[in-house]
Design a protein around this ligand. Structure first.
Ligand SMILES: Nc1nc2c(c(=O)[nH]1)N[C@H]1C(S)=C(S)[C@@H](COP(=O)(O)OP(=O)(O)OC[C@H]3O[C@@H](n4cnc5c(=O)[nH]c(N)nc54)[C@H](O)[C@@H]3O)O[C@H]1N2
Ligand SMILES: Nc1nc2c(c(=O)[nH]1)N[C@H]1C(S)=C(S)[C@@H](COP(=O)(O)OP(=O)(O)OC[C@H]3O[C@@H](n4cnc5c(=O)[nH]c(N)nc54)[C@H](O)[C@@H]3O)O[C@H]1N2
Ligand code: SF4
Ligand SMILES: [Mo]
Length: 710
């Protein structure tokens, strides 16, 4: 596999034809068609794809602009003796990278090279990146940005249900849920086409409750908004369960037949009477009771969480507290009911199944499971002992970059950590302490700007692959165009480097289809079993839900209907108590800072900050503050605010709004530099999931220096 163009055969497309594919951004993976070529490429919504049924958000509509953008990297770049990134041939860049990686490993050991992946990578790429780390580099140290995204929900679902699939039911079940509680998700902005399901639910007479410190665009849709204090989700969920038990609204038969551990939970939540919950959460006692009654009296209930409660040092406990509620209501595994976490990134689901996680082998297997190791040793054709053990989770990996921590080189594919990791100034310092930083990206992201080698990769519509959306639906993302000259696919980059590291035999593939076939074999018998899937089948069926263990198996849209994949088939309750965030407010830093997203920008912004239509909508980072808090700090709407935490400062345009709690400031994290939310955030992590506390730290707001002088 030398020239990238040899990887795939292109569908024939003429000037009027269009090819069905999927959006490059979020986990909804909306179906779309691409028509035309070059700058004339147009996006058309796919009305037949069941998830979005013709809907797209503004990011999807404008996605084709990334393909022909003038900023695209078209040649590898290597840092020269004067510190400048200069163009190099592919041969020279790959050879240089392979030799430097070998040098680092020779001098400092195999684990001195780290690999950092992402949830935007296709299943094939996520799988091959994991194999690249374990087989070509032989390092234990691989993790990915999903650690910052889905790790708390994944850990909680695994503990409670024995399996983590974000939504264990298809979105089409939502409209028939009588009551939905959505905790910390602003889906009206983060996955807008999903709103048609909430709309349909309301048309059917259903009720939506939203728990969010902000009256977000989504909360405005809700019949009941619970404006909780950041970091008080466990108290709120325990309070709801307290009322449900008190008012005899729990499903005793279900609890007895399908679960374990309720007595501990009952004892714990006894201490969360509504008045106390009001004190802990700031949510009015009457609203806690009303929410509990809306949940307890509904014949079908769904509880959904997103990053609000999950991205905290109590992220796993918060999620478990919401799961307890769903189990006590007997909702999990019942029709039009259940608990789900809304996966975020395009392949945030598949990306967490196929081995780019520090403790994981493909198929959602554990790397310390001897049976899984033997199975993978067979598939990879290596001795079992050659497969490394568990590596460092992302926050530890980033903390250990440089001579002190011992990880001397980092290979990044699909993440822009300078913008998206917590306590970003610290991360930047760590990256600068590396002997070697290699970044594979299609734009010169803030992270790529620090690299010693930058390898330009193909984009979504230029490569074949599969993605697994937030419902566990595996879909085909089709290659529509050739990558531009000078650009290679990520699969090519990995196989090219592996060959130069002496692993050509294990890394010979003729197409991404070959990689997928190996992935399917690798997952056989694992929790996320893809072994019944093939490109042909996915093409014919417009997506199949895993697990799908045989070519004749229909796939599994709904999980847990009769048993849980735990040793005894029952789900587990976990008694969890409210705990404060790692950093509490004080006189110096009197407000809570929380962070998140706006509709028109995506993640670290590498892609969307380059698109004119999106820049027009969201040209800069805007902080949100309540009028009372703004007044106290002498700030005005439309002016600038400087936010300071114990880690850094950043300056934002200010929007003064009554839609946020008085004690809370919100900023989006899509920008770097002086507008970087992550220069402010706390790197403290959840002890189980290692999820950073993105959603709460203590902050001080003051007038920006230039305005203070006015
Ligand atoms: N436009 C856009 N869409 C996206 C993305 C994007 O970058 N831009 N990214 C995608 C990805 S990767 C993800 S993970 C998803 C994320 O999707 P969401 O989880 O919907 O997005 P966030 O804005 O991070 O957080 C959601 C809400 O949590 C609230 N919140 C803050 N603190 C707390 C708390 O303590 N408790 C509770 N209950 N709520 C709290 C915030 O006010 C915010 O409204 O979006 C996906 N879709
Ligand atoms: N403060 C704060 N920080 C957060 C969050 C928050 O809510 N608040 N949310 C966190 C969450 S949920 C997430 S998911 C992370 C996301 O943050 P990141 O991990 O930075 O994710 P992206 O911005 O999507 O970065 C992807 C990078 O890889 C490139 N890229 C995209 N697709 C591909 C590909 O297929 N191949 C290659 N080689 N490159 C590709 C893009 O151009 C971009 O530069 O941010 C986290 N950071
Ligand atoms: S909702 Fe997500 S998948 Fe759909 S068009 Fe928008 S960004 Fe793309
Ligand atoms: Mo995410």
């Amino acid at each position: 596999m030398t020239a990238p163009q040899s990887m795939e055969s292109l569908p024939t497309i003429g000037p009027t034809d269009s090819v069905a594919t999927h959006c490059p951004y979020c986990a909804l993976q909306c179906g779309m068609y691409l028509a035309g070529r070059g700058a004339a490429t147009r996006v058309l919504a796919n009305a037949e794809f069941p998830v979005n049924a013709g809907g797209l958000c503004v990011k999807g509509w404008s996605a084709a602009a990334t393909l022909t953008h003038a900023d695209r990297l078209r040649s590898p770049l290597v840092r020269d003796g004067h510190g400048a990134l200069v163009p190099a041939t592919w041969d020279a860049a790959l050879e240089h990278t392979a030799r430097r990686l070998e040098d680092v490993q020779r001098q400092h050991g195999r684990d001195a090279v780290g690999v950092f992946g992402g949830g935007s990578l296709t299943n094939e790429k996520a799988y091959l990146l994991g194999k690249f780390a374990r087989v070509a580099l032989g390092t234990a140290n691989i993790d990915y940005n999903g650690r910052f995204c889905m790790s708390s929900a994944a850990a909680a679902a695994s503990k409670a249900f024995g399996l983590d699939r974000g939504l264990p039911f298809p979105l089409e079940d939502l409209p028939r849920a009588k009551t939905i509680l959505l905790a910390g998700g602003n889906v009206a902005e983060t996955m807008p086409p999903i709103m048609r399901y909430f709309e349909a639910q309301q048309v059917e007479g259903g009720t939506l409750i939203v728990a969010d410190p902000r009256r977000s665009a989504t909360a405005q849709w809700a019949r009941l908004h619970l404006p909780l204090k950041p970091s008080s989700d466990t108290a709120l969920a325990n309070g709801l369960l307290h009322v449900l038990i008190r008012d005899r609204l729990i499903a005793d038969d279900y609890i007895a037949a399908r679960t374990h551990g309720f007595d501990d939970v009952r004892r714990t939540v006894a201490a969360y009477w509504p008045e106390r919950v009001e004190r802990l959460t700031g949510v009015r006692e009457a609203d806690v009771v009303e929410a509990a009654h809306l949940l307890g009296r509904a014949p079908s209930v769904m509880i959904l969480t997103a990053r609000g409660p999950e991205q905290q040092s109590q992220g796993v406990n918060n999620t478990l507290a919401y799961i307890n509620l769903a189990l006590a209501l007997g909702a999990v595994g019942k029709p039009f009911s259940g608990y789900g976490s809304l996966t975020g990134q395009g392949n945030g689901q598949g990306g967490r199944e196929h081995g780019q996680k520090a403790d994981q082998l493909p198929g959602y297997r554990r790397i310390d499971d001897p049976v899984a190791r033997r199975h993978m040793a067979d598939v990879w054709d290596v001795p079992e002992a050659a497969i490394p053990g568990p590596g460092k989770p992302a926050p530890e990996l980033l903390e250990d970059l440089g001579p002190d921590g011992g990880v001397r080189a980092l290979f990044v594919m699909g993440s822009n950590i300078v913008v998206s990791a917590p306590d970003a100034l610290r991360v930047e310092r760590r990256l600068k302490a590396l002997d070697l930083l290699v970044v594979v990206d299609f734009f010169l992201s803030e992270t790529a700007q620090l690299a010693d080698v930058v390898l330009p990769s193909a984009q979504w519509a230029e490569e074949d692959g599969t993605m697994t959306n937030l419902e566990g639906r595996v879909i085909r993302r089709r290659r529509v165009f050739d990558p531009p000259d000078g650009v290679r696919t990520d699969l090519d980059v990995l196989t090219g480097l592996a060959a130069r590291l002496g692993r050509r035999r294990q890394f010979t593939y003729h197409s991404s289809r070959d990689v997928f076939e190996e992935l399917c074999r690798a997952t056989q018998g694992g929790p996320a079993d893809y072994s019944g899937l093939s490109y042909d089948r996915l093409d014919a069926e417009d997506g199949v839900h895993w697990p799908c263990p045989a070519a004749t198996h229909p796939g599994t849209p709904r999980l847990f209907t009769s048993r849980f994949p735990t040793p005894d088939g029952r789900a587990r309750f976990h008694a969890v108590a409210h705990q404060p965030p790692v950093e509490e407010c004080d006189e110096e830093y009197p407000l809570h800072l929380t962070t998140g997203r706006v509709m028109a920008q995506y993640q670290s912004g590498t892609q969307t900050r380059r698109i004119e239509a999106l820049q027009d909508l969201a040209p800069e980072a805007v902080a949100e503050m309540h009028p009372t808090a703004a007044h106290l700090a002498g700030l005005r709407d439309g002016g600038h605010v400087t936010l300071a935490t114990r880690r850094g400062t950043a300056t934002f345009r200010l929007k003064v709004t009554r839609s946020i709690r008085e004690d809370t400031v919100f900023v989006p994290f899509h920008w770097g530099g002086d507008q970087s939310a992550n220069r402010l955030t706390n790197g403290a992590v959840d002890p189980i999931s290692k999820m950073p506390e993105f959603k709460v730290c203590a902050v001080r707001a003051s007038r920006a220096p230039e305005e203070a002088a006015e």
